[in-house]
Design a protein. Structure first.
Ligand SMILES: NC(=O)c1ccc[n+]([C@@H]2O[C@H](COP(=O)([O-])OP(=O)(O)OC[C@H]3O[C@@H](n4cnc5c(N)ncnc54)[C@H](OP(=O)(O)O)[C@@H]3O)[C@@H](O)[C@H]2O)c1
Length: 359
C-alpha cells in the first residue's frame, strides 16, 4: 500500500489529538498538515494546543514544531500537501457543512467526525463492519459536487457504537424495537475532569441533540442505496435516553430489545461471536480481530477495564438475559474517542484507501 499524505482539520481539539496519537506510526497514512481556527493558526502545534493536550502521554515529537494552518483561509496550501483530510471541528453546523464542501470541491476527500453532513442523502455514514456497501453513493455525490476525486464520507455519532454493532448481527431475528440508555464519558464533550469539574460526584441527564442522533442515525446506517442516495430504514423503532457520567473515556449502553422471532440466548451469543465485516476481511490495519466480545462475568464490561479491548476498536458486551417487558437486555461498551470518533474515522479512511477512493 502506498503512503497517503493526510491533514487533520481541528488538530488541536479532543478528537484531533486522538488522530495525532493514532497516526504517529500508521502504516498507510502520514500527517503532513495540522489545521485549526485562526486562534491557533501560525503557532507551533505544541503552543497552539498548550494546556488542552488531554493525554497522559506527551505530544508525539513529530508534531510539536509543525506550524498550525488556518482551516478556512489556507485551503489552497493544504490542497497542495495532502491526499485527504480528517475533519473534527467545533463550529456552527451550517459552517461545517460549507467548510467540508469547500474541501471536497477543492478535490480533497474529507473523512469527517462532524454531524453536519450525516443526513445529506448522498453522503455515506459508515460503520465499516456494518454498511461498507453505502460507499457506492460517493459517485453520485461527486457528480452533484462536480468533482473528480473530492467527496465527503462521515462516521456516525459515538453513542451508537455501543449498541448498533450489537443489534446489527441480530437483525436476522427481526428486531421489532429497542430501548437504549447510554452512560456517556466526558471526553465525548471534548472535556477532561479538569475542564469539567461539575461532573465529579454527579450525573447530568441531558446531552444536547444526543437522543435524536441515537434514535435516528441507526436507521440511515441500516438504510438502502437507491438512485445514488441512501434511503433510511423505517424500522426498528429505537428510543434512547443519554446521560453524562463521571467517566473519562468509554460510553456504556443498557439495551433492551424485542424480536419478531425470539432467538435463544445461545443464538445471540453465537451471532456476536461470529460477526465480522469488510475491515476484518480486508485485514485493515485498525480492524480489531474480534469486533464483538462477550463477557460471562456479571460485572463486565466496565469502562475502566474494557474500553481498550482491541486497541479501543472492539465493542464489548455482557449481562445478556431475558427481560420482563422486552425479549432480552444486555450492556454494551465502546471507547468513544477511539471506535466512536478518531479510531472509527481512521478505520473508515483505511476502507476508502483499500477500495481506491483516494487514488
Ligand atoms: N469528542 C468526541 O468523543 C466526539 C465523538 C464524535 C464526534 N465528535 C465531533 O467531532 C468534532 C470535534 O469535537 P472535539 O470534541 O474534538 O471538539 P473540541 O475539543 O472542542 O475541538 C474543536 C476543534 O475545532 C477547531 N475549531 C473551532 N472553530 C474553528 C474554526 N472556525 N475553524 C477551524 N477550526 C475550528 C478548534 O480549533 P482551536 O483550538 O483553534 O479553537 C479545535 O481544533 C465535533 O463536531 C464533535 O461533535 C466528537
Amino acid at each position: 500500500m502506498k503512503k497517503y499524505n493526510v491533514g487533520i482539520i481541528g488538530a488541536t481539539g479532543m478528537v484531533g489529538q486522538r488522530f495525532l496519537t493514532l497516526l504517529a506510526e500508521h502504516p498507510w497514512f502520514q500527517v503532513r498538515v495540522l489545521a485549526a481556527s485562526s486562534r491557533s493558526a501560525g503557532k507551533p502545534y505544541a503552543d497552539a494546543v498548550g494546556e488542552k493536550w488531554a493525554f497522559s502521554t506527551p505530544i508525539p515529537e513529530c508534531y510539536k514544531n509543525m506550524t498550525v494552518l488556518d482551516a478556512e483561509k489556507d485551503i489552497d496550501k493544504i490542497a497542495n500537501e495532502v491526499d485527504f483530510v480528517f475533519c473534527a471541528v467545533n463550529m456552527d453546523k451550517a459552517k461545517i457543512r460549507a467548510l467540508e464542501e469547500r474541501y471536497a470541491k477543492r478535490e480533497i476527500p474529507v473523512v469527517s467526525n462532524n454531524s453536519a453532513h450525516r443526513f445529506t442523502p448522498d453522503v455515506p455514514m459508515i460503520i465499516p463492519e456494518i454498511n461498507a456497501e453505502h460507499l457506492e453513493v460517493i459517485s453520485s455525490q461527486k457528480a452533484r459536487l462536480g468533482t473528480k476525486r473530492g467527496f465527503i464520507a462521515v462516521k456516525s455519532n459515538c453513542s451508537l457504537q455501543s449498541y448498533v454493532p450489537l443489534l446489527h448481527p441480530l437483525k436476522s431475528f427481526g428486531i421489532k424495537s429497542a430501548a437504549v440508555c447510554t452512560y456517556q464519558a466526558i471526553s465525548g464533550a471534548g472535556k477532561t475532569f479538569t475542564t469539567m469539574p461539575e461532573i465529579l460526584d454527579n450525573v447530568i441527564p441531558y446531552i444536547g441533540g444526543e437522543e435524536e442522533k441515537s434514535e435516528k442515525e441507526p436507521l440511515k446506517i441500516w438504510g438502502e442505496v437507491k438512485d445514488g442516495e441512501i434511503l433510511s430504514a423505517t424500522s426498528p423503532v429505537i428510543t434512547a435516553q443519554c446521560l453524562r457520567v463521571p467517566v473519562s473515556d468509554g460510553h456504556t449502553a443498557a439495551v433492551f430489545v424485542s424480536f419478531d422471532k425470539k432467538p435463544t440466548k445461545e443464538e445471540i451469543l453465537s451471532a456476536w461471536e461470529n460477526f465480522s465485516g469488510e475491515p476484518q476481511k480486508l485485514g485493515l490495519p485498525s480492524a480489531p480481530k474480534q469486533f464483538l466480545r462477550y463477557f460471562e462475568e456479571d460485572n463486565r464490561p466496565q469502562a475502566k477495564l474494557d474500553r481498550m479491548e482491541g486497541n479501543g476498536m472492539s465493542v464489548t458486551v455482557g449481562r445478556l438475559r431475558e427481560d420482563l417487558l422486552f425479549d432480552y437486555k444486555f450492556v454494551g461498551l465502546s471507547h468513544n474517542t477511539l471506535r466512536g470518533a478518531a479510531g472509527g474515522a481512521v478505520l473508515l479512511a483505511e476502507l476508502l484507501a483499500a477500495k481506491g477512493y483516494f487514488d
